[in-house]
Design a protein around this ligand. Structure first.
Ligand code: IPM
Ligand code: MG
Length: 377
């Protein structure tokens, strides 16, 4: 039987709730598709930090490194100064595990309400490939004259050909199994140094993918095009900070942050990839069962695609989409069922196999791009 080793990091706030729901769906997927997982829960987050003062130790890094994949809930707590847990755990994990890209699908499923008037599922199916290790996220910079009004802060953005090339190459590969259209999103009219590097990498890598059509959009214009005409995009590749910002906008198109999934992908197999819903820890609603588990479940689907379980991945996606389409509201008390009940509903839908198949499933495309199962999609 195929067996995968998982590290599970439920984290803070609603993280443990949505992770538990996703694991219920994973149980159902294993049962139906005949594979197993060995799961180790790792208690990183605010509680652990407040008790021990530890963030991501070398020992934990080494043990996480032996997993086939990491399933992540959320990190962040009002009990800890903003930035400590986020930078010390999430960003540190992305960097140490060499998770070169953050893959963020923006897909509106059939029957799911979106706040964008007139938007239809047929017009909203794109994927944002966010460079995940550098840009403004390198945490390099300096402050002089601290504590005075003469203070000067310099925050650097680092762009290496190496990291940009691996992100852009992945984006081309993904575009070539999709609609063969790749858009670079940047701000080349102002950030001329970084912009030129990204543009040159796009051209150089593009020679290896002659059948992929390319396009360029400034990040500010992207904020206008994304809600108004998302159909013009298939795969979008962008810098770390721009990717952070535009993917929250992308989540809105899909119905909200609770629905959006992501995969932090290690592309060379040296370390595990990590899958996380893009909503944060939402401490204001933690413990009430009001968090939508869809983002966590769709992230689980991406994880399964990455592990080569393409059929299970597609089934998780279609079951999640079917349950979402039936909800009276996409978040909070109005969902009419708790986080865990929704996890159980998605699991039952998956077991029955009753959800309509999703065509062009990203989850299955991922299995193909990562060199796993080549399933029909
Ligand atoms: C995200 C989050 C993180 C980021 C934060 C929590 C550090 O906003 O995953 O989009 O900026 O990458
Ligand atoms: Mg973000």
């Amino acid at each position: 039987m195929r067996r995968h080793t998982l590290a599970v990091l439920p984290g803070d706030g609603v993280g443990p709730e949505v992770t538990r729901a996703a694991l219920t769906v994973l149980d159902a997927a294993q049962e139906r598709f005949g594979f197993s997982t060995a799961r180790t829960e790792v208690p990183l987050g605010a509680d652990h930090y407040l008790q021990t003062g530890e963030l991501l130790t070398d020992e934990v890094t080494a043990s996480l490194g032996t997993a086939d994949a990491i399933l992540f809930g959320a990190i962040g707590s009002p009990r800890v100064t903003p930035g400590i847990l986020e930078r010390g755990i999430i960003l540190e994990l992305r960097r140490r595990m060499q998770q070169a890209i953050n893959l963020r699908p923006v897909r509106l499923y059939e029957g799911v309400p979106t706040p964008i008037a007139g938007l239809t599922p047929a017009r909203c199916d794109l994927v944002i490939v966010r460079e995940n290790t550098e840009g403004a996220y390198v945490a390099q910079g300096s402050t002089v004259h601290r504590g005075t009004t003469a203070r000067v802060a310099v925050q650097e953005s680092v762009n290496t050909w190496y990291a940009v090339e691996r992100a852009v190459d992945f984006a081309y590969r993904l575009a070539s199994v999709r609609r063969k259209r790749l858009t670079l999103c940047h701000k080349t009219n102002v950030l001329v140094e970084a912009g030129a590097l990204w543009t040159d990498v796009m051209s150089a890598v593009g020679e290896r993918y002659p059948d992929v059509e390319t396009d360029y959009v400034h990040v500010d214009a992207m904020c206008m095009h994304l809600p108004v005409s998302p159909e013009r995009f298939d795969v979008v590749v962008t810098d770390n900070l721009f990717g952070d910002i535009v993917t929250d906008l992308g989540a809105v198109l899909q119905g909200g942050l609770g629905v959006a999934a992501s995969g932090n992908l290690n592309l060379d197999g040296s370390h595990p990839s990590m899958f996380e819903p893009i909503h944060g820890s939402a401490p204001d609603i933690a413990g009430r069962g009001w968090a939508n588990p869809a983002g966590a479940c769709l992230s689980l689907g991406m994880m399964l695609g990455h592990l080569g379980e393409g059929e299970a991945a597609a089934a998780v996606e279609s079951a999640t989409a079917a349950v979402l389409a039936d909800l009276p509201a996409l978040a909070g008390e109005g969902m009419g069922a708790s986080t865990q009940e929704l996890g159980e509903r998605i699991a039952a839908t998956l077991t029955e196999g009753s959800a309509p198949t999703i065509t062009g499933s990203l989850m299955s495309q991922l299995a193909r791009v990562m060199g796993g199962d080549d399933v029909a999609w």
